[in-house]
Design a protein around this ligand. Structure first.
Ligand code: HEM
Length: 207
């Protein structure tokens, strides 16, 4: 049986790992959509076609292809976890470098996700880049918003589902309008937060 302390730790992990990351993903996604009306229009067309006025649910998920691409592209540009680390168990020779056992190796999603060798026009928001062919051709560990290997995020699939359906559900009913003259800046804390938040107006689409 778990001790109270273990239970507290588990709940903290789920709150921090599960809530903060998905919340940031959605904040960045809404922000990016306010800056890219053409992507928002395309998303709205997909929502009309796939949902046909119904509330989004689990069964719509596979068909919400463009909506998923938007979430992937938002996590590419603004990875909610922008840095993870690993410690080698033994010395590792990596080309001309030796990584001694026990040293800390920082791996940055921010750096890799904006690498021009892998992502043409790396700073542009292009959800259409996420075709099946593009994903297939992407080398392993280049795009890793959920980490990789045995300690990869356990909430990976759930988070994609949650973020996609929430995005669809909110935008189906509301228009999000950016309400500030200043752009949002990334604040690299443990997660990558939008600073100073994303000031928006929320407008109901129809009564
Ligand atoms: C967009 C949302 C999310 C992102 C970007 C994200 C990202 C990550 C990353 C980068 C890691 C570290 C992986 C590694 O070191 O290779 C991680 C670990 C973890 N995540 Fe997530 N996560 C998200 C959502 C969630 C959700 C919804 C849950 C649970 C409901 C969750 C639970 C966990 C747990 C428990 C770990 C630790 C796994 C381990 O150490 O074995 N995450 N996550």
């Amino acid at each position: 049986m778990m001790s109270n302390e273990q239970l507290r730790d588990e709940v903290m992990t789920l709150f921090l790992a599960g809530h903060e990351t998905t919340a940031n993903t959605l904040s960045w996604t809404f922000y990016l959509l306010t800056q890219h009306p053409e992507a928002e229009s395309k998303l709205m067309r997909e929502l009309e076609q796939v949902l046909n006025g119904q509330a989004p649910s689990f069964r719509h998920f596979p068909q919400l292809v463009y909506t998923q691409s938007i979430v992937k592209e938002a996590m590419r540009l603004y990875p909610p976890v922008w840095l993870i680390s690993r410690e080698p168990l033994e010395d590792v020779q990596l080309e001309q470098y030796v990584l001694p056992a026990g040293c800390e190796i920082a791996l940055s999603q921010w750096v890799m996700h904006r690498h021009p060798d892998y992502f043409p026009e790396p700073r542009s928001f292009i959800p259409d880049r996420w075709t099946p062919e593009f994903e297939e051709a992407l080398p392993a560990y280049v795009y890793f918003p959920f980490g990789a290997g045995p300690r990869m995020c356990i909430g990976n699939n759930f988070a994609m589902l949650e973020a996609t359906l929430l995005l669809a559900g909110v935008l189906q009913q509301y228009r999000i309008v950016y309400d500030s003259a200043k752009p949002v800046a990334p604040e690299p804390s443990i997660t990558l937060r939008p600073k100073p938040g994303v000031p928006v107006r929320v407008v109901r689409r129809r009564e």
